[in-house]
Design a protein around this ligand. Sequence first.
Ligand SMILES: O=c1[nH]c(=O)c2[nH]c(=O)[nH]c2[nH]1
Length: 286
Amino acid sequence: MAIVLGENRYGKAETRLVRVTRDGETHTLADLNVSVALSGDLVATHLTGDNSGVLPTDTMKNTVYAFAKEHGVGAPEQFALLLARHFVETHTQIRAARVGIESFSWERLGPHSFRRQGDHTRTAEVTVTVEQAQVVTGLAGLVLLNSANSEFHGFQRDRYTTLPETTDRILATAVDARWRHLDDDTDWDKSYTGVVEALTKAFVTTHSLSLQQTLYAMGTQVLTDQPEIAEIRLALPNKHHYLVDLSPFELANDNEVFIAGDRPYGLIEGTVTRDDVPPAITEWYP
Ligand SMILES: O=c1[nH]c(=O)c2[nH]c(=O)[nH]c2[nH]1
């Protein structure tokens, strides 16, 4: 039996960067959390502690800040591509660079005043090798709710099933989505806005018989509206709303008063994909 080093990578995680772009009195703000992970010919440091191929993670952090000054930030996908390409192109022992970015949005209140928007976070995850680049955009925590047009019935039952069938329930979720682009050169901001609109439109307009059906409708809408996207992966927590029993108070509850459940929650996950696109160059969903 031999013991061998398996897959490995290293980098600086969660470098917090705020970049102010000054146009006289009017400023714009980029607020990012940047994670870099590099892989390549790094066996020596693991086996013998020979660090001659190891670019310090401290340098990666410095590069993030220096690039923000020198190049500006732009769309998170663009900044991630710039950084990832830099590491692969300038260090021959590095064969692949993965840069993940969380981007927090701020609403403008004045020329140089902002309010943090708490609703959802945009993400980008870029993988660059010497030959290829893969861009995955995403969002986390887009909370949506329909108070009508949601049913759930006709499901399997066994001796442990107590859930009543319903033709009228609240359907609520916090959308967690990642989508893989076909190209590494797109209008990233326009594409992002289009995907959020498609996801939202499908959630609102689908008369839902299950959250699974809604998931597929949301993915289909994105691929129909956005030709630049190869596939989308969705994770939809079913944010249950339980009807409160008001009968002890001799009050009817005609789907008006609910307990918003916290946990446990159903978790519905799925990929919706075009069947004629090249496969991903690397696994991209954590
Ligand atoms: O839309 C739903 N899908 C399920 O799989 C499920 N399971 C459950 O208890 N409630 C629901 N709702």
